[in-house]
Design a protein around this ligand. Structure first.
Ligand code: ADP
Ligand code: MG
Length: 572
């Protein structure tokens, strides 16, 4: 009988592998840039035509290849980067599978030109993975790989490629990520003969290089008001920039995470950064950041995705904790919510100002301290207008006293919940009526609600006798607070492990009602400001709105200048 099982040809095997590694021209570019980086290139030029389908040329000034190596490099499983499986646990190079060149060569017409320092170069012309011609060429150190007619022999894949413009956009993104992950290397992208990216690496520390490259690639808006993050602990090194809380977005587009110089998609770690922002950020918003994590290779497994876009973490909780802590420490350096600086018609830019060293405030610090809470030296209260306090110190600081009070009560409640919470017993208890679902929620979580300062006694159907309330809320608000709490608690239906989150939600609801107070004497305002500064997070109310804004002298002056230019003067 004729056997029905047969071995696949090398060409077919390579094409199947190509399907996994090479999805689009952007994946070719990613692989070729990675090879150039592994070869320690300092300058990489990428040229494309027709979104990369027509032509991709990548030139690097890396160490190049010897003729023998060049002949081997397009063979499947040919690599200079690992020797045995054991090495996979300590991969420091971008590549290690030895399949990219073989895969690309099998689905394109490829030319490789390469030379070691001071040697004559080798040129290979390859089609369907077969070397058609080998020649010698005088050239400088480095490698140039040209890929023509990508997917020409896999029409099914070619059919599913996006338009030239969409492919170019994808390539732009890949090169951007590469440039951000390697701020010491220069990149140039030329698409249809137009230069679309050109970087100019600067000397300096890694942190300075990251800062400069981010500005080059992502623009001033991205880094405007951002705070530097630098965290070192044992073998962990985290460096990068955190966007100002006022610069948060409704999507995750502005999040750039690199692990050991590899751009990765790693939601748990990105979330940990959000955890570090805590209540500085409005709900359902995402911070923007660019963060380089350098972590020991044995804590991550990079061999889980054909294109190495994902990593598997060992000790994920430990890393999340450290990232959240690093974020928190970096954000603590922010003293005011933002700094309004206006110059030459430029719009308001949130800026980070540092007013000298701050005490470490990781733990929530006591709020109602007995000591004198007068202003710091050099500060002077200008006055109180509505619920705003104006303080002069170098510039004009405006404090939103309602937001400040909200923050104070929130932190105070969180600290005292369950132990030393103050309750105000009512001389005349009163009844509140709720809906059946609200009642169910209150009954389920009654203990925690009482930890916030209430004493409730269920009476009859869907009604509670209120016997005590927190001292800072109005009796007349009680029903609204209980209903709001009941609604907030519905978010936890079906959730596990929500204790901490529930405490925050309830404290936020109760403290939120304190915002109603809108009249403050100068003395009260001063006290509040002093206490605010001692909060764990003083720059934002618990819902993520600013508490303090600094107005530069220029900004104030510019209001008037802008006025002269645009306003029509009406005579009276
Ligand atoms: P991998 O990167 O996983 O080793 P590749 O197929 O991408 O596999 O590359 C095969 C080998 O070819 C590499 O290990 C490297 O030795 C060599 N190589 C590829 N590109 C370059 C380059 N630009 N400069 C120097 N050597 C290269
Ligand atoms: Mg490679």
């Amino acid at each position: 009988m004729q056997p029905i099982i047969h071995l696949l040809s090398d060409e077919t095997i390579n094409q199947i592998a190509a399907g996994e590694v090479i999805e689009s021209p952007a994946s070719v570019i990613k692989e070729l840039i990675e090879n150039a980086l592994d070869a320690e290139a300092k300058k990489i030029t990428i040229e494309i035509l027709g979104g990369g389908l027509k032509m991709i040329r990548i030139q690097d000034d890396g160490k190049g290849m010897h003729r023998e190596d060049a002949l081997l490099c397009i063979k499947r499983h040919a690599t200079s980067k690992i020797r045995e499986a054991q090495d996979l646990f300590h991969v420091l190079t971008k590549g290690f599978r030895g399949e990219a060149l073989a895969a690309i060569a099998s689905i394109s017409q490829m030319t490789i030109s390469t030379a070691l320092e001071g040697e004559v170069g080798t040129v290979l012309e390859i089609e369907r993975g077969e070397i058609l011609k080998i020649s010698r060429q005088a050239r400088g150190r480095g490698t140039t790989i040209e890929v023509n007619s990508l997917f020409y022999n896999v029409p099914a894949r070619k059919k599913f490629q996006k338009s030239g413009a969409a492919l170019s956009a994808e390539i732009f993104r890949i090169v951007t990520l590469m440039a951000l992950s390697h701020p010491e290397v220069n990149f140039e992208l030329i698409s249809n003969r137009n230069k679309t990216i050109q970087t100019c690496a600067k000397e300096g520390s890694f942190q300075e290089k990251i800062h400069y490259r981010s500005e080059e690639m992502l623009g001033k808006d991205f880094i405007g008001g951002s705070l530097p993050l630098a965290f070192e602990e044992g073998p962990l090194r985290f460096y990068g920039l955190l966007g100002a809380p006022s610069n948060c977005r409704t999507n995750k587009m502005g999040q750039y995470l690199f692990i050991n110089r590899r751009a990765v998609h790693c939601p748990p770690l990105a979330e940990a950064i959000g955890t570090g922002y805590a209540t500085r950020m409005e709900e359902k918003k995402y911070p923007i950041f660019l963060l380089h994590l350098s972590i020991p290779t044995d804590l991550i497994d990079v061999n889980v995705h054909p294109q190495k876009l994902q990593v598997r973490l060992r000790k994920e909780d430990f890393l999340r904790e450290k990232i959240a802590l690093a974020t928190q420490l970096a954000l603590q350096k922010q003293e005011v919510s933002f700094f309004l600086k206006v110059k030459e018609g430029v719009s308001f830019t949130p800026m980070h100002v540092e007013w000298g060293a701050l005490p470490h405030r990781l733990q929530e610090s006591p709020l109602l301290v007995e000591q004198d809470l007068s202003l710091e030296s050099g500060e002077e209260v200008v006055g109180v207008y509505r619920h705003f306090l104006f303080v002069h110190r170098d510039h004009l600081l405006v404090v939103d006293l309602k937001a400040a009070r909200f923050r104070l009560l929130f932190e105070d409640l969180l600290k005292k919940m369950g132990s030393s919470i103050e309750k105000q017993g009512l001389l005349i208890p009163f009844i509140v009526h709720l809906t059946p679902i609200e009642t169910a929620m209150i009954l389920t979580h009654q203990e925690t609600i009482e930890e916030c300062g209430f004493t409730l006694r269920p009476i009859g159907k869907d009604a509670f006798m209120v016997e005590a309330i927190p001292p800072f809320i109005e009796e007349s608000d009680t029903k609204f607070i209980l209903t709001d709490m009941a609604h907030a608690l519905q978010d936890f239906i079906g959730k596990l492990d929500y204790k901490e989150e529930r405490r925050k939600k309830l404290a936020m609801t109760v403290a939120g009602f304190a915002r109603a107070k809108s009249l403050f004497t100068k003395e009260e305002a001063k006290q509040l400001f002093g206490q605010l500064r001692k909060c764990a997070i003083s720059t934002h109310c618990p819902k993520g709105h600013p508490t303090m804004v600094l107005l530069s002298d220029d900004a104030i002056q510019d209001f008037f200048r802008a006025d002269q230019k645009t306003a029509t003067v009406s005579s009276c």
